[in-house]
Design a protein around this ligand. Structure first.
Ligand code: SF4
Ligand code: SF4
Ligand code: SF4
Ligand code: FES
Length: 321
């Protein structure tokens, strides 16, 4: 059977969806709840394309072609629909992509990364990040007024992290002679989607006060999947800066469940695409309905899932530590 995608004639293989045919000829269609070769059910509506004959928008990941069909994958109306789908996903997603201290630092220092290594006693690694942006790490933050401290989210819980003092402590470790490598510096891409969920709920504040007992007291705001997250990269591609429905989540910040091995689950980052549900047997499952729908992994099912699920997850909800 022959169809046309973006005016290119395509011979469609048996049981091939529109998206599969498009991908085969090099036309990329964004998708969140679909992964090649995995079980899925359409839910995200990010993969919408237009059936030119009747102007209908259809999900390309699950729509089968018919003889002579003409499909468009780009165009203002299609992008508007895709953008709307992404904004709806973002509206109930804990999109703490970047740590505020990192955004605020005029030197582009990966402050949160430095604190991460500091907390683990990996002073050498912390100094490496400093040396990547400061030609003289010994005087790293001395001349700076510390906008990172002013914006630190720990400050909304009790008191900001003493970033400058920690940088000084690291700078004073003269036994750590580290030569800078600018390749390790984080690049600040201004076009990248960055959202900030401002306030913690009173309950979250209480939890953060007692649960974060690392040396620096940093709550490590950034998302561990910020460089791989599809939701973020599609939002960036669609020019979404401030989602029109806001960015929030009914689920709490940083509450994580250890699934097994290196696999962790952070429910507030889940967009309920179902990929982990349909691709684990007696593992992840849906709970509730409608707006209250959640993805959960009951304790007795944790060992029924494998670490490979992290690769399927389109956000930072499932990740390997
Ligand atoms: S004090 Fe240091 S880490 Fe903080 S914003 Fe200034 S240069 Fe960056
Ligand atoms: S809590 Fe840590 S990661 Fe968050 S803004 Fe403060 S220093 Fe940065
Ligand atoms: S945790 Fe599962 S349902 Fe949630 S976004 Fe990841 S793959 Fe989808
Ligand atoms: S990828 Fe098609 S509906 Fe989600």
């Amino acid at each position: 059977m022959e169809i046309t995608i973006n005016k290119i004639k395509v011979e469609v293989l048996e049981s091939e969806t529109i998206m599969e045919a498009a991908h085969r000829i090099g036309i990329e269609i964004p998708h969140m709840c679909y992964a090649p070769g995995a079980e899925h059910k359409p839910s995200c509506m990010v993969c919408m394309v237009k059936n030119v004959a009747n102007g209908q928008m259809i999900p390309s990941c699950s729509s089968m072609p018919t003889e002579g069909m003409e499909i468009e994958t780009e165009g203002d109306d299609i992008r508007e629909m895709r953008k709307m789908s992404l904004e709806l996903l973002l509206s109930d997603h804990r999109a703490d992509c970047e740590a505020p201290c990192v955004i605020a630092c005029p030197q582009n220092l990966n402050v949160e990364g430095v604190l991460y290594h500091y907390d683990r006693g990996e002073y050498w690694e912390a100094r490496k990040l400093m040396a990547a942006v400061f030609s003289l790490p010994e005087i790293a933050c001395d001349e700076c007024k510390g906008p990172c401290e002013k914006i630190c989210r720990r400050g909304t819980v009790d008191h900001h992290v003493e970033i400058k003092a920690i940088m000084r402590e690291l700078a004073d470790m003269t036994n750590l002679e580290v030569v800078g490598n600018p390749a390790e510096a984080e690049t600040k891409d201004k076009s990248k989607f960055v959202s900030k969920i401002g306030r913690f709920s009173p309950k979250e504040q209480e939890w953060l006060k007692v649960s974060i007992d690392v040396k620096s007291r940093c709550i490590h705001c950034a998302c561990s999947a910020r460089h791989e997250c599809k939701l973020r990269s599609y939002a960036t591609a669609e020019g979404i800066k401030t989602p029109r429905f806001g960015v929030s989540s009914s689920l709490p910040f940083k509450i994580k469940q250890h699934v097994n091995g290196r696999l962790w689950f952070e429910p507030a980052k889940c967009i309920r695409c179902g990929l982990c549900v349909y691709n684990s047997k007696d593992g992840f499952t849906f709970k509730g309905r409608g707006f209250g729908l959640q993805v959960v992994v009951p304790d007795e099912s944790r060992n029924n899932v494998g670490e490979e699920l992290a690769k399927l997850c389109p956000t930072g909800a499932l990740y390997l530590d």
